[in-house]
Design a protein around this ligand. Structure first.
Ligand code: HEM
Length: 213
């Protein structure tokens, strides 16, 4: 857990407590992500995912960059092709963060959804799995703990570096949105608040348009 030393909390209770807080917030995040994925893929009328995946996005990046140099840059109701790439990357990364976080929640403090299975795996013979405690080797089969350790460590690295990449992508995505607002499509950002987009010319992504289903 980051900033432990900086916060001056070295004790086991503090270590577990910080993890609990991060994991509880993590559950809210996972629920939010699951709802978004469900809504994007499943609900009728929600066409965001089709817009992201089925529009031959890669082929549109070249013409988009070309168009940005013209006097009349292309206008978008949804994301521009580079923005769509960012969204796909961000969602993939969020899925990786959710999976690796939930796994470490299970290995570190035996929290759901994997905690009980990990306790069952780790418990020594004749020991009730639910009786083994975080950061306590009592009742733990040492060979199994040794087998789990490198997997736990690798997944932890994925989670840590995933967080760095996520922050980098977020910064790029926000910079891209500001750039679009300033250079080619004023109102991109205010549309996030008002729900209304100002467009200098008809949008190139007609898929979103109400008149063309
Ligand atoms: C986008 C969402 C998330 C971000 C940005 C994030 C970020 C981080 C960071 C930076 C660390 C410190 C890693 C280290 O020092 O090695 C960490 C650790 C941890 N996270 Fe997350 N996390 C996210 C989601 C989750 C979720 C959903 C869960 C579980 C419900 C979770 C569970 C954990 C656990 C158990 C640790 C401790 C692992 C260790 O000590 O190495 N995280 N997280």
């Amino acid at each position: 857990m980051m900033f432990k030393a900086e916060l001056g909390i070295e004790g086991l209770a503090a270590k577990v407590g910080l993890k609990q807080i991060h994991i509880l917030i993590g559950y809210v995040f996972v629920l939010n992500l699951a709802i978004r994925l469900f809504a994007g893929f499943m609900l009728p009328g929600k066409n965001h995912w089709r817009a992201l995946f089925k529009r031959n996005n890669a082929n549109q990046i070249g013409p988009y960059l070309q168009g940005m140099k013209s006097e009349t840059p292309p206008q978008y109701l949804g994301h521009n092709p580079l923005g769509r790439l960012a969204i796909i990357a961000l969602y993939l990364l969020l899925i990786v963060m959710a999976g690796s976080g939930l796994f470490r929640a299970g290995t570190d403090i035996y929290y759901p959804p994997f905690g009980a299975a990990i306790q069952t795996y780790l418990a020594a013979d004749d020991v009730a799995p639910s009786s083994i405690k975080p950061y306590d080797k009592t009742g733990v089969n040492p060979q199994k703990a040794e087998l789990l350790a490198p997997i736990k460590s690798s997944i932890g690295k994925v989670h840590l570096y995933g967080a760095y990449i996520l922050w980098l992508l977020l910064a790029l995505h926000i910079a891209g949105a500001i750039r679009q607002d300033v250079t080619s499509q004023p109102g991109t950002i205010s549309a996030m608040f008002s729900g209304k987009k100002y467009l200098a010319s008809p949008p190139v992504d007609k898929y979103y348009s109400r008149s063309t289903p």
